[in-house]
Design a protein around this ligand. Structure first.
Ligand code: MN3
Length: 207
C-alpha cells in the first residue's frame, strides 16, 4: 500500500485568520501531498516497499538516501503537526501541567521559550517540545530532521517554522505567526497523550 495524505483533523477554515484556509490548501494540499507522492515514488528503488513510514525514515537515514529521508520525514512531521493544532484554545492540565511547572515555572514561560527557539531557528525547520529523561525540553530541528531518528527523545508537540507554514498569512513575520499559534491554537491534549512516549506512532503509517 502506498502511503496516504492523512485528512486534516478539522475543517480547513477552522482557525480563522490565525491559519487561513488558503494556507491549509497549500501546506496540506500541496506541500504535504508532494512529500507523500515523492516518498511513494522512491520506495521501490530503495527496496523499502511494505515497510512502515517510521521504518522507511530510519532506513533512508541509515543508507544515506537524503532525498527519501527528507520526503518521508516530512510526511511524518506534517502528519504529527496537524494533530498539534486545535481550533479551540486549550491549556495544559494534569501531569502535563505539573511537568511544565517543574521544568519552566509556568505555561507562559514555556511558551516564551518555544517562541524564542522558533524565532531563533535559522532558515527551515521545526520547533519541538520533547520528552527527554522524563522531563520536557524545548528544542528545534533543521529542515526535515525529525525526532523519529533521535534516540532518547520522544515527540510531544511541534510547530512548523518553514516559510511555507506562515508566508501567506504573515509574510516574512515568523514571530507573529509563532505568537498567534502558540497563544491560540495548540492542542495540549495531544501533547499530554504523547507523555506515554508513543508520539512517533501517532503519525506513523503502515506500508
Ligand atoms: Mn511544512
Amino acid at each position: 500500500m502506498p502511503f496516504e495524505l492523512p485528512d486534516l483533523p478539522y475543517p480547513r477554515d477552522a482557525f480563522g485568520e490565525t491559519i487561513s484556509a488558503e494556507t491549509f490548501d497549500f501546506h496540506h494540499g500541496k506541500h504535504h501531498k508532494s512529500y507523500v507522492d515523492k516518498t511513494n515514488d522512491a520506495l521501490a528503488d530503495a527496496g523499502l516497499e511494505g515497510r512502515k513510514l517510521s521504518e522507511v525514515i530510519k532506513a533512508a537515514r541509515d543508507k544515506g538516501d537524503d532525498a527519501l529521508f527528507n520526503n518521508a520525514a516530512q510526511v511524518w512531521n506534517h502528519s504529527f503537526f496537524w494533530q498539534c493544532l486545535s481550533p479551540e484554545k486549550q491549556a495544559p492540565s494534569g501531569k502535563l501541567a505539573a511537568l511544565i511547572e517543574e521544568g519552566f515555572g509556568s505555561t507562559t514561560e514555556l511558551i516564551a521559550k518555544v517562541q524564542e527557539e522558533g524565532e531563533g531557528h535559522f532558515a527551515s525547520g521545526w520547533a519541538w517540545l520533547v520528552l527527554e529523561g522524563g522531563a520536557i525540553k524545548v528544542t528545534s530541528l533543521h529542515d526535515a530532521d525529525t525526532p523519529v531518528v533521535h534516540e532518547g527523545i520522544r515527540p510531544l508537540l511541534t510547530i512548523d517554522v518553514w516559510e511555507h507554514a506562515y508566508y501567506l498569512d504573515y509574510r516574512n513575520e515568523r514571530p507573529d505567526y509563532l505568537e498567534a499559534v502558540l497563544g491560540k491554537a495548540l492542542n495540549w491534549e495531544f501533547a499530554a497523550k504523547n507523555l506515554d512516549g508513543e508520539g512517533v506512532s501517532r503519525a506513523d503509517q503502515e506500508g
